[in-house]
Design a protein around this ligand. Structure first.
Ligand code: NAP
Length: 286
């Protein structure tokens, strides 16, 4: 069986080329660049690295990016105040609050205080509701990336059984809703699922969003399965033990070079869309 590699870099490249053109047109028309504001709380090295990658990607496609640093000792209200300022700042197109923030802070409250039209990372409860109802909404970046990859490689979802392992608010849960909205039959598994293997065996598509290196093993999968490995663990290791899965898979996303690069590209894509939407709304109001 020939195995198809679902190369995220190719998907991201195409997305970035499209954003570059839109950003250039936007700049020529309005004289400024859309701007992504990223808020980071504390000094988590992984978060610092992700933010650097996102800001570099903004520069690459012609978007502005600013970083706001908040002290780890600050409280929820301090984060809410920063978000409110950004919500009210016309120069800021999109707002990203880098997860995780300090443990003593109310992350959900902070996410939900981001204005929906600036919620380009799709973390707001309202954005989640709109996405689930399949109305216009910004999607969480990683689930959006997964759908983009499946679409890019013409992977048929209708009637397929998708098993999502993980139910986090930013990944497992929303990607399950998106797959459902694309007419897949979806099983969501989590740490309390009994006999996970019995579900995995039935999967046409597996989405691994567990946060444990090499968690999904080939022996648990059926022949011809499509594997989306959203995992990203220390040492560039995914949540799928790909060596044991290659015999079973008909297609898979590699780690690195699969879901990761597309996640960043989707964030930029949605930032660009937020700027375009905002301009359209202002024109309608006039
Ligand atoms: P998370 O918040 O820790 O969620 C992990 C999920 O896996 C939870 O729902 C948990 O179940 C479930 N789980 C844990 N152990 C399990 C087990 N033994 N059996 C079945 N389910 C189990 O993690 P996350 O933020 O969703 O991230 C998941 C992975 O994706 C990580 O590797 C992360 O680095 C990666 N990620 C990648 C990107 C990217 O851009 N590529 C972006 C975000 C995350 P409970 O709900 O019951 O606890």
């Amino acid at each position: 069986m020939e195995i198809k590699i679902l190369n995220g870099k190719a998907v991201a490249k195409q997305l970035e080329e499209n954003i570059k053109i839109r950003a250039q047109k936007f700049y020529e028309k309005y004289g400024y660049k859309p701007c992504l504001a990223t808020i980071i709380v504390g000094h988590n090295p992984a978060s610092e690295m992700y933010i650097k990658m996102k800001m570099n990607a903004c520069n690459r496609v012609g978007l502005d990016a600013v970083k706001i640093e908040i002290d780890e000792q600050a409280d929820t209200q301090d984060v809410l105040d920063v978000i409110e300022q950004l919500n009210n700042n016309d120069k800021i197109t999109g707002i990203l609050l880098q997860h995780p923030i300090a443990k003593h802070m109310d992350e959900r409250l902070c996410f939900d205080s981001i204005a929906v039209h600036k919620d380009v990372d799709g973390v707001n409860t309202t954005s989640f509701g709109k996405m689930t109802m399949a109305t216009d909404a910004f999607l969480p970046a990683t689930p959006a990336a997964i759908m983009e990859i499946l679409n890019f490689y013409n992977i048929e979802l209708e009637g397929k059984h998708a098993v999502v392992v993980g139910r986090s608010p930013i990944l497992g849960k929303p990607v399950s809703m998106l797959l459902l909205n694309h007419n897949a039959t979806v099983t969501i598994c989590h740490s309390k699922t009994k006999n996970l293997q019995q579900y995995l065996k039935l999967a046409d598509i597996v989405v691994a969003a567990v946060g444990q290196p090499k968690f999904i093993k080939g022996e648990d999968l059926k022949e011809g399965v499509i594997i989306v490995d959203a995992g990203y663990n220390k040492g560039n290791i995914g949540d799928v033990d790909m060596e044991t899965c290659l015999d079973k898979a008909s297609a898979y996303t590699p780690v690195p070079g699969g879901v990761g690069p597309v996640t960043i590209a989707k964030l930029l894509d949605q930032t660009m869309t937020a700027a375009e939407n905002n301009k359209i709304k202002k024109l309608i109001k006039k």
